[in-house]
Design a protein around this ligand. Structure first.
Ligand code: ATP
Ligand code: MG
Length: 352
């Protein structure tokens, strides 16, 4: 079986460090391994419009931002096909056929959609397009015959839904789709990075992000204001590590060698956590340690971004060219789908 990777992001803002550990790091690893037949990354503008219908400019302007974030994080456009979702109209047609294979009650049970409805404050005014985005996401994944989908864990219900749709389609009309597998980060701390406010998930829509493009002083400020343990007031107070944003980020980003470089009086994260729990270790010290680690990771990304920003035309050209390639690949799948469904009307013509 071919190894086809597809993943993507909504152009609702710049990419943040949650994306970096949750999905980009795996993409970079797969890209480096080179062990794949095709590798697509989709900028999901159509999906972003499902909860931003009145803010098309935001979605439109963030397409290039997300593309620059990819390239500055190290995604290589010679190895990976980066494209814009709306430039592949076949995805919309596939979504229509898939909609008939999913019940409303199944959509209502999707836990990520439920969380997002709360976060976006939709109450009872949920756009139908938003409710159905798991179906359109299934089309995105299945259109390219994807077998591996690198994601954070909020996307697991979407992959499950995609597998169900693929199975239902295959059972109803005949075998067309392979069942895709999610690929989560190995480090559990990276599957759903919390926001700087201690909220459930760092998310562009929640305003609790450290962005890859943030200038170094901004990163430092956000770390200094991050949620820790509200009962850890004096340095001597015992502190809580669980639910403490700084330790969550250290779990995700800290490597053993960071201690030798930035905090040689401790030999491991466990030793640092134990001291914090006992009391005698202040928030400023752990925050400055985290700041050193994140600055080291983000600085080269920021520098590459500044270079890339000088030639956005070239990036748009790359996206538009790839849109055509992606559209061709999706058209082939759509053809197979319609053949399996018996929607091959051209047969009537050839009889004449
Ligand atoms: P939005 O608020 O617009 O939904 P988002 O910040 O959730 O934006 P998406 O574009 O929806 O970002 O997600 C893109 C990918 O990044 C998905 O695979 C998702 O699982 C992953 N991801 C997003 N946020 C995090 C996070 N905080 N931790 C780990 N992975 C994340
Ligand atoms: Mg999201």
């Amino acid at each position: 079986m071919e190894k086809i990777i597809l993943t993507g992001d909504r152009p609702t803002g710049n990419l943040h460090i949650g994306h970096f550990v949750g999905s980009i790091a795996n993409r970079l690893r797969l890209q480096k391994d080179g062990n794949f037949d095709k590798f697509y990354i989709m900028i999901a503008d159509t999906q972003a419009l499902t909860d931003n219908a009145d803010n098309v400019d935001k979605v439109k302007n963030n397409i290039i931002q997300v593309a620059i974030d990819y390239l500055s994080a190290g995604i290589d456009p010679n190895k990976v096909t980066i494209f814009i979702q709306s430039q592949v109209p076949q995805l919309a047609e596939m979504t229509m056929y898939f909609m008939n294979l999913v019940t409303l009650s199944r959509l209502n049970r999707n836990p990520t959609v439920k969380d997002e409805i709360k976060l976006r404050g939709f109450a009872s005014s949920i756009p139908v397009g938003f409710m159905c985005y798991p179906i359109s996401q299934a089309a995105d994944i299945l259109a390219f015959g994807s077998t591996i989908v690198p994601v954070g864990d909020d996307q697991l219900p979407m992959i499950e839904q995609t597998r169900e749709i693929a199975r239902t389609f295959n059972n109803t009309y005949g075998e067309v789709f392979a069942l895709p597998q999610p690929l989560l980060p190995d480090n559990k701390a990276c599957t759903r990075l919390v926001g700087t406010d201690g909220g459930l998930k760092m998310s562009k829509s929640a305003g609790n992000c450290i962005f890859l493009k943030d200038e170094s002083e901004v990163v430092k400020q956000k770390i200094m204001n991050a949620y820790t343990d509200p009962n850890h007031i004096k340095v001597s107070d015992p502190g809580r590590v669980e639910g403490n944003v700084v330790f969550s980020y250290l779990d995700a980003f800290c490597q053993k060698e960071h201690f030798a470089r930035f905090l040689p009086e401790y030999e491991s994260l466990d030793a640092l956590k134990n001291h914090y729990r006992q009391g005698g270790l202040g928030d400023v010290k752990i925050k400055l340690f985290l700041n050193n680690i994140l600055q080291e990771i983000l600085q080269p990304i920021r520098e590459r971004r500044k270079e890339l920003e000088k030639n956005v035309d070239k990036i748009y050209e790359m996206l538009f060219e790839n849109g055509k390639k992606a559209s061709q690949a999706a058209a082939e799948t759509l053809e197979k789908m319609k053949e399996a469904m018996g929607l091959n009307y051209s047969k009537f013509l050839s009889k004449k």
